[in-house]
Ligand binder design. Structure first.
Ligand code: F3S
Length: 107
């Protein structure tokens, strides 16, 4: 089991999750973060701090976002590790309220 970043992170990347995780399991893409399931220790620290509620334990990922379980694995393998908090994306506050962002994901 691992924690999964889902659609709500796309075009937001608030990165509060980076400051709380005890391991190096977060990877940064152009407009989303992904959690490496092989590094995640299921501590759950990242889930409550995300302003967009993008993070779920694997077994609680909503059905409509199920593909993100596999996506976190493949994208984390492809994207560089991120260990320091940086600014959120410029339009994050507007995009946090936007649904249906899957097609905006830059893989
Ligand atoms: Fe994304 Fe939430 Fe982290 S918006 S970068 S999962 S704090």
């Amino acid at each position: 089991m691992a924690y999964i970043v889902t659609e709500a992170c796309i075009k937001c990347k608030y990165k509060d999750c980076i400051e709380v995780g005890p391991v190096e399991g977060l990877h940064e893409g152009e407009n989303m973060l992904a959690i490496d399931p092989d590094e995640c220790i299921d501590c759950g620290a990242c889930d409550p701090v995300c302003p967009t509620q993008a993070i779920f334990p694997e077994e609680e990922v909503p059905d409509e976002h199920a593909e993100f379980i596999e996506l976190n694995k493949t994208l984390a393998a492809k994207w560089p590790l991120i260990t320091e908090k940086k600014d959120a994306m410029p339009d994050a506050d507007n995009m946090a309220e936007t649904k249906g962002k899957r097609s905006m994901l830059i893989e």
